[in-house]
Design a protein around this ligand. Structure first.
Ligand SMILES: C[C@H](O)[C@H](O)[C@H]1CNC2=NC(N)=NC(=O)C2=N1
Length: 152
């Protein structure tokens, strides 16, 4: 189910500090169908607990709807479309689909949220973690891309 948060929340100890486990946990999970009746959006508190596992992504509140957002600067417009193709392959494999934007010719922006529940489910975090796992370095502008934050 989309709500197996407890599984993701096992703790590791780094430098004496307890942290959530790394993105590897989410990125090895599989999205589940989101059309089940009992699926509910997670709370902001639950979402914040998963955020360390999706480095580079921001938690945004879009008019009351929680979403994950990340942006990248690509070298060319065409490389932006290639980026989308990579993301599309993951999305199709997972059966879970992000909102893709290519803005101002070289800014790739992605929003992920679960449309059917009007908010976030674990599926969104799984997809974000899998997007983070794509090898898209050669598509990105070296000068201008915001470096991904370390997840510690
Ligand atoms: C049947 C299928 O699981 C649903 O229609 C999926 C497809 N992809 C989806 N993607 C996203 N982001 N949200 C959804 O609610 C959604 N629904």
């Amino acid at each position: 189910m989309c709500s197996n948060l407890a599984v993701s929340a096992k703790t590791n100890t780094h430098y004496g500090i307890k942290t959530l486990s790394s993105a590897a946990v989410l990125s090895t999970k599989k999205c589940v169908p989101c059309n089940t009746k009992d699926l509910r959006p997670m709370t902001e508190e639950a979402a914040n607990q998963l955020m360390p596992q999706v480095s580079g992504w921001d938690l945004v509140n879009d008019g009351g709807t929680l979403k994950l957002h990340r942006s990248w600067k690509v070298k060319t417009f065409t490389k932006g479309l290639e980026f989308f193709q990579e993301v599309a392959s993951v999305a199709e494999a997972e059966g879970h689909h992000p909102d893709l934007h290519l803005v101002g010719w070289n800014n790739v922006k992605i929003d992920i949220w679960t449309h059917s529940v009007g908010g976030l489910t674990e599926n969104d975090f799984i997809l974000a973690a899998k997007v983070n796992g794509l090898d898209v370095q050669d598509l990105l502008s070296k000068k201008l891309s915001k470096p991904a934050q370390s997840s510690g």
